[in-house]
Write a protein of this length. Sequence first.
Length: 116
Amino acid sequence: MANANNSINYIEFPMTDNAGTRAFYGQAFGWEFTDWGPGYISFTGAGIEGGFNGLGEAAVAPPGVLVVLYADDLAATLAAVEAAGGKIVKPIYDFPGGRRFHFLDPNGTELAVWSE
């Protein structure tokens, strides 16, 4: 499936136990995984692509889920988020697969936007 501009196309969960996470979601739901090193695994088979992030400051705390949107033009989308009143909490940075930034919406919910 092609990435659609301004769509939710990836869900990211925090992770503290790579092996336990793989075992649980594989057994309970039949998801399949791709390793991106010891601190990150992506999954397929859930109806939407996603991953489990155990890198850096990833911590399991409510709400614990990061919704990730896709944008054709990351810089333009960052400007639009700021113009709409969003607060940038992680400026654009590189990650395996592309670049992204994180922001808080007016409710304080953190979301991310990525681009290839």
